[in-house]
Design a protein around this ligand. Structure first.
Ligand SMILES: *Cc1c(COP(=O)(O)O)cnc(C)c1O
Length: 402
């Protein structure tokens, strides 16, 4: 590799952030569980003024194993800085806490991860933060909502659970023209599909619990962005609010990331196969997958996603009844929430219940949601099993349904 040539994603996924331990020469990264590190006399007892390259003192302030994971994520996203958190939601919360104060205006997608939606419905208004919810796929609607008072625009693409996309570059331009910053939750895309910072976003949010960990056995989150934002965010918010990642989970997630590029290729190939199977099944009314030409934003998907990822939604007549049947009949799929694991998962989300528990949309927004996603959503996370086996399992599950 030439001196100026950047390593590929597979090389970065394996090596970035890690090197053999200088003392033991261990090839795999050490797991450092120590909560405390011996300090020199005169070291400060407060995190105030802590330098980015300060030695390790206390694991809530910084930990070598967590730091290795942060560096691996920085390499994959092409980010200057990263802070890891105990969950995706701890990352979302810390971003809002850092960036928004009383009277600030937040523009957020009207459809996003349920806990993010609930946070912006229930907690942020209590802190005096003003919120506008918009359809982030409609640039005119975004333009109308973003004003000179807007501090942050928050998008999620593809969005959970309906797989609607946001044009990151275009929304970034709108935000920046108004003097606001853009944050993108890229959990469904992963850095293999999309690098939001390169498209103009100021922050990237990840639930590491999903594809990055990849094995359904560690909860974690991360925020990435410019050093000038992330260092104060770490010092003023993350360390003090305390939602830090356990070194053990960092170690597991790092091990998962080593195979991320390979897994994403297999997730995508499997999902394409399952999506095409579903589109041809007579019980299925609608399928949404960014890799299908029938996705309303297929052109944007091709432009913005190098990998269409492994998430599919589909609809059948009387979804609640079908959910009971599928839960009982499916042999390979686990009927379960979450996503991005090696095991395939399926879960049913009834539209009206979702509106009431999480989204709290206006009548117009509900209508636009239903126009895009229909009524009642089966969400599939296609795992790493043989796609033919998954299709056969769905085929027997759906047989005779209608
Ligand atoms: C799961 C998820 C989150 C929250 O992550 P946790 O690790 O469960 O806290 C945020 N955004 C998206 C898109 C998710 O799928």
């Amino acid at each position: 590799m030439g001196a100026n040539q950047e390593a590929g994603m597979r090389t970065k996924a394996v090596h970035a952030g890690e090197k053999p331990d200088p003392i033991t020469r261990a090839s795999a990264p050490n797991l450092v569980m120590s909560t405390t590190f011996t300090a020199e006399a005169g070291a400060s007892f407060s995190v105030e003024g802590l330098e980015a390259d300060a030695p390790y003192y206390y694991t809530r302030w910084g930990n070598p194993t967590v730091r290795q994971l942060e560096q691996k994520l920085m390499a994959l996203e092409g980010a200057e800085a990263c802070v890891a958190f105990g969950s995706g939601m701890a990352a979302v919360n810390s971003l809002f806490f850092y960036h928004l104060s009383t009277d600030d205006h937040l523009v957020i997608s009207d459809v996003s991860y349920a806990a993010t939606a609930e946070l912006t419905n229930d907690i942020l208004p209590r802190m005096g933060i003003r919120i506008s919810k918009v359809n982030m796929s409609d640039l005119d609607e975004v333009k109308r909502a973003v004003t000179s008072e807007t501090k942050l625009v928050y998008a999620e693409t593809p969005c959970n659970p309906i797989l609607r996309l946001t044009d990151i570059r275009a929304v970034g331009d709108i935000a920046h023209t108004a003097g606001a910053k853009l944050a993108v939750d890229s959990t469904f895309a992963t850095p293999i599909a999309t690098k939001p910072l390169r498209l103009g976003a100021d922050y990237v949010v990840h639930s590491l619990t999903k594809y990055l960990c990849g094995h359904g056995d560690a909860v974690g989150g991360a925020l990435l962005g410019r050093a000038e934002d992330m260092e104060p965010l770490r010092q003023k918010v993350a360390i003090r609010t305390g939602g830090i990642l356990s070194p053990f989970n960092a170690w597991l997630i790092m091990r998962g990331i080593a195979t991320l590029p390979l897994r994403m290729s297999a997730h995508e190939a499997g999902a394409q196969c399952v999506a095409e199977f579903l589109e041809g099944n007579t019980s299925v009314k609608k399928v949404i997958y960014p890799g299908l030409p029938s996705h309303p934003q297929y052109d944007l998907a091709k432009e913005q996603m190098k990998n269409f990822s492994g998430m599919i939604t589909f609809q059948v007549e009387d979804g609640s009844r079908a959910a009971g049947i599928l839960e009982e009949r499916l042999k390979i799929f686990h009927y379960a929430v979450s996503l991005g694991h090696h095991r395939s998962l399926i879960f049913y989300l009834p539209t009206q219940a979702l509106f009431e528990s999480s989204f709290k949309l206006s009548a117009g927004q509900q209508q636009s949601f239903r126009e895009f996603a229909g009524e009642g959503i089966f969400r599939i996370s296609v795992g790493l099993e043989d796609p033919e086996d998954l299709c056969r399992d769905l085929d027997q599950g759906l047989s005779g349904l209608i």
